[in-house]
Structure formats: structure tokens, C-alpha cells
Design a protein around this ligand. Structure first.
Ligand code: PAJ
Length: 312
């Protein structure tokens, strides 16, 4: 007779559930790494794994990534982990919205196979002191305004890649600088993962979907679409035939964007930068780079919103 410890009974039940989940195509939720390793072992032998890392409070922007992963791969792993090391402001971390139950319902509908919701000690059993080479891609934009943020993103994303071992990983263009940085260190560190970029999903009034939108007051929510309206107008100007006459240098367009957004009293632009889309360095002329992006961060009251648009 075999007497199983309580832990072993739980593990046996979990493995039984994973078998059941695989047969009936149910989504498996894992809270610990041993659970995750058991669950993935049922699926991943012969299939490609698509991975969508998130911090939860999911919206259609996240779901578009899951849909894309489900179209590409039989196994879709989604992580929900509010990563403390990427928050340079403790108040921001404390008020980050958490809606786990609703998130799981949305993920099941979207076709996720496994959801990993680890506790902090699962991801960081010890303090993570790693400092990453980000190739200078953090020198502008969000980098100087959120010191340590991108190093924290690199810590958590590499840790999650080591756990999930995905074939493809999906990231949104909404976080343009984050996407560029993740591409950079994944390549540099030889991760055998293909980084797939996905377009920004917007509300019907143009506001980029973001978990932080939940924190906007109704007044700030009403004026927030001004950000994308202005970016769109800037992109129209940047592609106009007479660009050299109306706006000979990118800095003039930046100034216009800032004044236009700030003309709305409830909005305050923190920065607007026109950058080389590959190096993320600000460009001084329209000819300086083949691909050019306009990136901005704007305060709507206490909520900081970021957005970007392709100019060239
Ligand atoms: P989070 O803000 O939850 O975003 C998870 C993913 O969803 C990111 O790749 C982000 O770019 C994408 N995303 C967010 N809003 C989007 C939108 N409106 N349209 C398309 N994609 C959108 O970004 C993070 O979490 C974290 O930094 C993370 C990468 C998970 C590391 O902790």
C-alpha cells in the first residue's frame, strides 16, 4: 500500500486534471512552477509554444496577442505577474489593477492553454541582481524617466523565457521601446525564441487600450483620446508632400505635438520624441533614418499614458 503525503495527493490530482484538460481542451491554471512544469509536459513535446507575458488586468489589447498566438501555435501559455522589479514607483505598483478572475475567463474564451500566475517567490526565489546590456535603447523615452524599469522588464522576461521556453513570444507595439529592448536582449543572449510584434489595439475613440485606463477619472478619460488624435495628425503632416516647407525639422513637429496635447488643460505631456525606430535615438532630420517613430508619455491627472505612431 502506498501512503501519499498531502503534497503528493495534490500533485496526483493536478496531473489527473492536466490529462483531463488536454483531452477536453480546458485551460489549466498554474500557481507554482512545479504545477507549470507538470502541465506543460502534457502538451509541449511535439508542439510549438506561443507565449504571452502580461501583468493582468486584461483588455482586448492583451487578448489580440493571445488570439495571434493561438492562430500560430497549438499551445498558448499566458503569464499574469505584476513584476515588482520593473516599478520604480512603489505607489504605482500598489495601485496596479488586479482582476484575476475576469482575466482567466477572458483567457479561456481566447483559447489559452495554460495560465501561469506565479507568486513573487516563484519568479524571484532570491533577489535578482542581474544588470542587462540594453544596447543603449533605454537612453531616451521611458528609460531616463523610469530608472531601472527596463532592467526589471529584462529580469522578468528572461526568467519567464527560461521557465516557459517558448518558440514564439508576443509583445504589443503599444510599448514600442519595450518591444525593441526585448528583441535586443533576446538576440544578444541567444534565446531561441522568435519575438512577434502585434499592432496597438485602441478604443473606438482612439485611446490605446491599457490596464491603466481603469484608473482614469471620467474627466480624464473623456480628454485622453486627444493624445492619439494628435499623433495621427502628426503622422499625416509627416507624410505630406510639402513636409520640408511646413515642418523642415522633426523638432518642430515635436513642439507642435506637445503644444497641441497640452492645450487640453487636463493633459500634460511628459515627453514627445521623434526617434529612429531601430536605434530609438532622436532624429535631427527627416532623412536621418529609414524608419521613424513618434513616441509620447502624457499625464492625464495622476495616470501616465504612453502611445506612439509610425511617421516613416
Ligand atoms: P502589460 O502591460 O500587461 O502588457 C502585456 C503585453 O500586452 C505587452 O506586450 C504590451 O505591449 C501588450 N499590450 C498592452 N496594451 C496593448 C494594446 N492596446 N494593444 C496591443 N498590445 C498591448 O508590458 C507588460 O505587461 C510587462 O512589461 C511585461 C512584458 C509583461 C513584463 O512584466
Amino acid at each position: 500500500m502506498q501512503i501519499l503525503s498531502e503534497k503528493k495527493v495534490l500533485r496526483a490530482k493536478f496531473i489527473f486534471f492536466c490529462r483531463f484538460a488536454k483531452i477536453f481542451k480546458l485551460m489549466t491554471i498554474c500557481y507554482t512552477l512545479p504545477q507549470f512544469y507538470s502541465a506543460i509536459s502534457f502538451f509541449s513535446d511535439s508542439y510549438e509554444v506561443g507565449f504571452v507575458p502580461t501583468m493582468g488586468a486584461l483588455h482586448q489589447g492583451h487578448i489580440s496577442l493571445v488570439n495571434r498566438a493561438a492562430a500560430d501555435c497549438k499551445i498558448v501559455v499566458v503569464s499574469i505577474f505584476v513584476n515588482p522589479t520593473q516599478f520604480n514607483n512603489p505607489a504605482d505598483l500598489a495601485k496596479y489593477p488586479r482582476t484575476i478572475e475576469k482575466d482567466c475567463e477572458m483567457l479561456e474564451k481566447a483559447g489559452a492553454t495554460i495560465v501561469l500566475i506565479p507568486a513573487i517567490k516563484e519568479i524571484y526565489p532570491q533577489k535578482d541582481n542581474r544588470v542587462f546590456d540594453l544596447g543603449g535603447l533605454d537612453s531616451n523615452g521611458e528609460g531616463p524617466r523610469r530608472p531601472g524599469h527596463f532592467n526589471g522588464v529584462a529580469q522578468v522576461v528572461t526568467r519567464l523565457f527560461d521557465i516557459v521556453k517558448p518558440t514564439f513570444a508576443y509583445f504589443g507595439e503599444k510599448d514600442f521601446q519595450q518591444l525593441a529592448i526585448i528583441r535586443y536582449f533576446s538576440l544578444k543572449l541567444n534565446y531561441p525564441v522568435k519575438i512577434v510584434s502585434c499592432p496597438t489595439i485602441r478604443e473606438s475613440d482612439g485611446l490605446a487600450m491599457s490596464s491603466r485606463n481603469l484608473l482614469l477619472t471620467s474627466e480624464h478619460r473623456r480628454v485622453a483620446p486627444t493624445i492619439y488624435k494628435t499623433l495621427k495628425r502628426a503622422a499625416e503632416l509627416a507624410t505630406a508632400q510639402n513636409l520640408p516647407q511646413i515642418c523642415p525639422v522633426p523638432q518642430e513637429l515635436t513642439k507642435w505635438v506637445i503644444s497641441e496635447i497640452d492645450s487640453e488643460p487636463l493633459l500634460k505631456t511628459e515627453y514627445a520624441e521623434i526617434v529612429d525606430a531601430i536605434t530609438l535615438s532622436p532624429v535631427k532630420s527627416w532623412e536621418e533614418a529609414d524608419e521613424i517613430q513618434l513616441c509620447t508619455a502624457v499625464f492625464a491627472g495622476a495616470v501616465r499614458l504612453i502611445d506612439n505612431i509610425k511617421l516613416k
